[in-house]
Design a protein around this ligand. Structure first.
Ligand code: ATP
Length: 351
């Protein structure tokens, strides 16, 4: 296999510590990867570093990313520049995770969040700017009053972007079915209230799923779905949803298995993918050496699989599983006393 090239953007605040931990494990695994590393966000100035990072991303097979508080500007390029339309966020319990649920064993599903549109286009502004549109509210049964001091935000759902993420989710459900999972797609949005936008999302997903007769299909209104991920998530397999709900609910999903320190994520486009944890930069524990690198490590394992290093990916995941199974070297968020470095050493010892 040709040597793969991976860009490393460590991110801001405490996030880099999780990236460096994941890199240590990958180096111990001996995967043939050429790394192109950039400094943490503190050193970024919009301009030179960003330009260099974009060029490096274009010349690479993938990017491993720590989280950003906004300083590491290349994130927007990874997402919109590379059109990474499907944000895949597995929610999988491993024995030893400190879940608040009574029976977390067996939770294993994947949230596929549409990654490019919905309310994330940055289209906001003063309410008065909408006056020329003479918008009529179906709910108020009146024209929108744009004379109050206020702001608007635009939510966009397109057929193209919805269909591509729905197809991706169906293909993932098919792949998981082949590996012994139920082979089911769940769609969720607020389609009863936002009939035009979220209703359209639901309609396109349902149509797309009809082209996959081997995959079961179900749909829930997003508030009902929020309850389900807390009360009865064992039956879930692959769940597809618009951007904002995916952002919020994947944090909630992470909470059900034991917290943000455990939830990985990968953003896939047609010809590129990058990987980062679900969590943010954890500024409140900056410099304490206690951040849990599991989420970034599991993201890195997803990246190894994406790059074709299947065997190394499995060894990485199994080593993490063993460390939690033994329960001796756990970070503070998981009820242990281990520092990030000690946890990392334990994973390497179990490869
Ligand atoms: P963002 O808006 O980017 O999601 P945030 O500050 O809202 O960032 P996080 O950075 O994810 O959210 O942090 C939320 C809480 O979870 C903080 O108390 C943080 O310390 C904790 N946390 C997040 N990730 C980890 C981790 N990997 N290990 C331990 N604690 C974590």
């Amino acid at each position: 296999m040709a040597k793969k090239k991976v860009v490393v953007l460590p991110g801001d605040d405490e996030a880099p510590q999780t990236v460096y931990a994941a890199l240590e494990v990958i180096r111990a695994l001996g995967a043939e990867i050429e790394w192109v590393e950039f400094p943490t966000g503190e050193h970024w100035v919009r301009g030179e570093t960003d330009k260099a990072a974009r060029a490096a991303i274009d010349a690479s097979d993938s990017t491993l990313f720590g989280s950003t508080s906004g300083k590491t500007t290349a994130i927007n390029y990874l997402r919109w520049g590379k059109q990474t339309f499907a944000n895949v966020r597995p929610c999988r319990y491993m024995p030893g995770f400190k879940s608040p649920l009574a029976k977390p064993a067996g939770i294993d599903y994947v949230i596929v969040r549409e990654n490019l549109e919905d309310l994330y286009l940055g289209l906001e502004g003063p309410l008065a700017a909408l006056a020329p549109l003479h918008l009529h509210s179906r709910i108020l049964r009146a024209d929108l009053d744009t004379t109050d001091r206020g702001k608007y935000a635009v939510k966009v759902i397109t057929e193209k972007k919805t269909r591509q993420v729905a197809r991706f989710a169906c293909e993932l459900a098919r792949k998981r079915k082949a590996a012994g999972h139920p082979g089911k797609l769940t769609c969720t949005s607020k389609y009863n209230m936002l009939r035009e936008s979220d209703g359209f999302f639901r309609q396109i997903v349902e149509e797309t799923a009809a082209g996959y007769p081997d995959i079961k299909y179900e749909q829930f209104i997003v508030d009902d779905f929020a309850r389900r991920i807390v009360q009865s998530s064992h039956g879930l397999d692959v769940v597809v949803m618009p951007n904002l709900y995916g952002d919020i609910l994947s944090d909630a999903a992470a909470g059900t298995i034991g917290g943000l320190g455990l939830a990985p994520s990968g953003c896939y486009g047609a010809g590129y993918a990058y990987f980062e944890s679900v969590h943010g930069t954890a500024p409140d524990i900056l410099g304490m050496g206690i951040i849990n690198p599991t989420a970034t490590m599991l993201s890195a394992a997803m990246m190894l699989e994406y790059l074709g290093f299947d065997e190394q990916s499995h060894r990485f995941e199994n080593a993490i599983r063993k460390v939690y199974g033994e329960g001796k070297v756990l970070t503070v968020d998981q009820g242990g006393t281990a520092k990030t470095k000690e946890f990392t050493a334990a994973v390497i010892a179990n490869l």
